[in-house]
Write a protein that binds this ligand. Sequence first.
Ligand SMILES: [Zn+2]
Length: 155
Amino acid sequence: MAITKQQLEPLIPAVIEWAENESAKALRLGEPLNPTELEFARKIGIRFPEKVRLLKSSLMPKPPHPELLRIATEKGLDWSQNRGMTLGYAIFVREDFWRELRLVVHELVHTFQYERHGGLSLLRQFVHEYFIDGYQNSSLELEAISIEGRLLGPR
Ligand SMILES: [Zn+2]
């Protein structure tokens, strides 16, 4: 069953609250970028790369609604396959891909997108794109893949 923007909208405040809590945890516990990662962050155009923290995680934090996860799966986003996730300056990296440069660069583009937008409220657009348009069609995702490819060559 597809979901509409109108059905999604009431869920968004809880998603943003969840993101605030999760990102605060990662900013407290995570590690700053190393010199190579910092250089890529600057190339991407992040204004405050020193604010970024990477947190090694066995699983990506899950959004607060089981229903959202189910829809995400239908839309081609299988949470258990998720290797990295970015919430503002907080980047979660799955332990088996810890500090893999290509993954970190990809997630740094998402940090750039949050910074450009002005914060975690960009999640509203992420949720709409992932859950309605589908992960493969998300303009934010396509931009991240394109910049990642420009910096590191095509996947
Ligand atoms: Zn991405």
